[in-house]
Design a protein around this ligand. Sequence first.
Ligand code: SAM
Length: 329
Amino acid sequence: MVASAPVAPQFRCHGVNTSLHTTIAAAPTPLITSDRRIELTSTRQSLPPKPGAKGAEVHAASVAGSEVQTCLSGGSSVHEAAVMPENRFVGDIARTYDQAVAAMYAPEVLEPAVDCLADLAEGGRVLEFAIGTGRVALPLAARGIDVSGIELSSDMLAELRRAPGGAAIRAVEGDMATTRVEGEFSLVYLVFNTITNMTTQDEQVTCFENAARHLVPGGRFVIENGVPALRRLPPGAIGVPFAVTDDHVGLDDFTDRTHLQIFRSRHFRRTTAGTFEEFSAPFRYVWPSELDLMARIAGMTLEHRWAGWDRSPFTGDSPSHVSVWRVPP
Ligand SMILES: C[S@@+](CC[C@H](N)C(=O)[O-])C[C@H]1O[C@@H](n2cnc3c(N)ncnc32)[C@H](O)[C@@H]1O
């Protein structure tokens, strides 16, 4: 069913990573969370101030494509080591992203999302976290909405800028948990299960805090995410297969069902030599109730939880949700 595509395993981020093995085959063991973080020295401070914090200052700017990325900091060292998430959407993965997620471009999937986000923006500026190639941002901008974006992958940003209308979108390269873009927004949104790309609870909380600090009073933060699929696990099992063919075996590995809430989508594909290669990626699954707690930490409260962009009621059987939190007016 198209409407539930965002939670189907093949449409999780791993679904677009048909060549991810080139990036992550060397990941040493499953269920680790540190493999996606890279230490680097940056002139950017990684933690901007919390909403309402005093003393914020613009202190660094870095060129991201044709855009200048402006970051705010709480005033601490600008040269200390920043920790950046690993960028998986590189090279061919970025170049073929739109084809790989073609089903997510289907009008019956995309139009309700764009309609709903446009309504929630109420005519104000919007900011997309993890804007990617602009699947959602471009049609929003085409409606005359002022859209900005943050994106970790310069290769995805290059695709966005190549797309018709893409050059008009202010998109900056950076981590959505920490990057501050200029201005205030009536809506910040993060779709297509991408909160699960942040593989620690801390990162996910920081992402909420960063959304809140971009919002005008009364502004909204929207997340589209799957409900963790643990109910699909038969008793005693640790994995759920989603593809079993002669050339491809795919399963969601829930070995860690409680501790760090990591699941790993593992693909085993037959090579031309007849052997099988594995590629996989970790995601942190997160329950709607935990997202509500993260929102509360960030000073937001739940306004809506729908089963999808059509705003149908969320129930205990809904495989995914669209949730809307607001900062105080
Ligand atoms: C599945 S794609 C979604 C792209 C777009 N939002 C869409 O709906 O088509 C996930 C995107 O999240 C980006 N991403 C992952 N972690 C990120 C982070 N910490 N900060 C910013 N972008 C991130 C990836 O580079 C990739 O472009």
